[in-house]
Design a protein around this ligand. Structure first.
Ligand code: NAD
Ligand code: IPM
Ligand code: MN
Length: 366
C-alpha cells in the first residue's frame, strides 16, 4: 500500500514525538511492505516564526491532498503573548475546521503493567476502558470572536451549536458504542445551558435508531467525579468540545500519564488527523525525555481508521504493550523498579519489538 502522510511536528515535544512516529512507520513499512511518503509542513509557533501565521495556506493545501495527517503538538511560552489570531493554538483549531474534523476519538485504556503508575487506587483503575467522543469543530472554541468592551473589562465568548453538528457527533458515538460494549453516556450541563438542552434532545431522538445501545445522560460535573471514583462504569462518552477537552486530560490519570493518550480526529469520509492528547510540554521540551507512546499509538489509530490496516495497527499496539511489560517507562510514568528510558530509547524499543515479531512470524511461516 502507498500512502502520503503529512507530518505537522509543531512545537516543543511535538518535534520529538513526530520523529518517533516516523521511526515506527518506517518499521511498519519494512515489515508489511508498504510505502509511506512524508511531507513535513509547519504549524503553530514554528509556523508563526517562519511564515508569520500559525496556519500557512501551503500547510492546509498539503493536508487536504494527503492520505492522513500526523500532528505533534503546538504552543509554548514564546508565543503566549501574541494576539489571539496569531497564537499557535489557532493553527490547530484552524486545521481541524479546514479539514472538517468534527469527531475526536480519545480512547483511554489502562495497561495492566501501568496500574500502579496511576495515583488512583489500583482497584479503581483496573479494567477501565473507555472512549471519549469529543465534538471538535463547534462550541466555545469557534464562537464569535469576543471583543473587549467597557475599557477592556468585559468580554463575551459564545457557545453555539446547530442541530446537525450535534446529530453527526451523536451518530458517530452510537456507532462507536456498537463496536464496543454498547453503552453510551451523553455528558452535558442541561440543568443550566440551552446548548445542552438541545444536545440532550438530539440524543433522545437518535437513540431510537440504535436500540441495541443503552444510553444515559449525566451532568458534566458528576462525570468529572465518577471518572476517577468509578471509571469502569463508562464505555463510550459523547460530549461537546470544551467538556471533552477537560474530561480527557482528567481521564488520562487512569493510564498513569497524559503521555499515554492517543487521538483520532475524523470526518464522515476522507482524511483523518492523528495526534496525542497532550500538548507541547514546554517544561520538558528539548530534554529528550518526552513519552512518545501517545504519538506512537496515534500512528496505530491512523493505520486502523484511515488505511484500514488492522493487523499493522494491532502490531504497533502489541509492541507498545510488550515494551511496557518488560518494565521500560519514560519519566512521566511513576513506576517502581522499572527501567527508565528517554524518548529515543523508548521508540527504539517499540521498533525492535515490531521487527522481532515479524521475524518470528516469517520463521514460523517457512
Ligand atoms: P501539556 O499537555 O503540554 O503538559 C501538561 C503536563 O504533562 C506537563 O507537565 C508535561 O511535561 C506533561 N506531559 C505532557 N505530555 C507529555 C509526554 N508526552 N511525556 C511526558 N510528559 C508529558 O499541557 P500544558 O502545559 O497545559 O500546555 C503547554 C502548551 O501546549 C500550551 O501552549 C498549550 O496550549 C499547548 N497544548 C497543545 C495541545 C495540542 O497541540 N494538541 C494540547 C494541549 C496543550
Ligand atoms: C487538545 C488541546 C487543544 C484543545 C488546544 C491546544 C487548542 O488542549 O487538543 O486537547 O483544547 O482542543
Ligand atoms: Mn486538551
Amino acid at each position: 500500500m502507498k500512502k502520503n502522510i503529512v507530518l505537522l511536528p509543531g512545537d516543543g515535544i511535538g518535534q520529538e514525538v513526530i520523529a518517533a512516529a516516523k521511526e515506527v512507520l518506517a518499521a511498519i513499512s519494512d515489515q508489511f511492505n508498504h510505502t509511506f511518503t512524508f511531507d513535513k509542513q509547519d504549524i503553530g509557533g514554528t509556523a508563526v516564526d517562519k511564515h508569520g501565521t500559525p496556519l500557512p495556506s501551503q500547510t492546509v493545501e498539503a493536508c487536504k491532498k494527503a492520505d492522513a495527517v500526523l500532528l505533534g503538538a503546538v504552543g509554548g511560552p514564546k508565543w503566549d503573548q501574541l494576539p489571539s489570531h496569531l497564537r499557535p493554538e489557532k493553527g490547530l483549531l484552524g486545521i481541524r475546521k479546514e479539514l472538517g474534523l468534527f469527531a475526536n476519538l480519545r480512547p483511554i485504556k489502562g495497561f495492566d503493567q501501568l496500574l500502579h503508575a496511576s495515583p488512583l487506587k489500583e482497584e479503581i483503575v483496573k479494567g477501565s476502558d473507555l472512549l471519549i467522543v469529543r465534538e471538535l469543530t463547534g462550541g466555545l472554541y469557534f464562537g464569535k470572536p469576543s471583543e473587549r468592551r467597557n475599557n477592556g473589562n468585559s468580554v463575551v465568548d459564545t457557545l453555539a451549536y446547530d442541530r446537525y453538528e450535534i446529530e453527526r457527533i451523536v451518530d458517530k458515538a452510537f456507532q462507536s458504542a456498537r463496536l464496543r460494549r454498547k453503552h453510551l453516556t451523553s455528558v452535558d450541563k442541561a440543568n443550566v445551558l440551552e446548548s445542552s438542552k438541545l444536545w440532550r434532545e438530539v440524543v433522545e431522538e437518535k437513540k431510537t435508531a440504535y436500540p441495541d445501545v443503552t444510553v444515559e445522560h449525566v451532568l458534566v460535573d458528576a462525570v468529572a467525579m465518577k471518572l476517577i471514583t468509578n471509571p469502569t462504569q463508562f464505555d463510550v462518552i459523547v460530549t461537546e468540545n470544551m467538556f471533552g477537552d477537560i474530561l480527557s486530560d482528567e481521564a488520562s490519570v487512569l493510564t498513569g500519564s497524559l503521555g499515554m493518550l492517543p487521538s483520532a480526529s475524523l470526518r464522515e469520509d476522507g482524511i483523518g488527523l492523528y495526534e496525542p492528547v497532550h500538548g507541547s510540554a514546554p517544561d520538558i521540551a528539548g530534554k529528550g525525555i518526552a513519552n512518545p507512546l501517545a504519538m506512537i499509538m496515534s500512528v496505530a489509530l491512523m493505520l486502523r481508521h484511515s488505511f484500514q490496516l488492522e493487523e499493522e495497527a494491532n502490531a504497533v499496539e502489541e509492541a507498545v504493550k510488550a515494551v511496557l511489560k518488560d518494565g521500560y517507562h519514560t519519566a512521566d510514568l511513576k513506576i517502581e523498579n522499572g527501567q527508565l528510558v528517554g524518548t529515543k530509547e523508548m521508540t527504539n524499543l517499540v521498533v525492535e519489538r515490531l521487527s522481532s515479531k515479524s521475524a518470528t512470524e516469517s520463521i514460523q511461516s517457512c
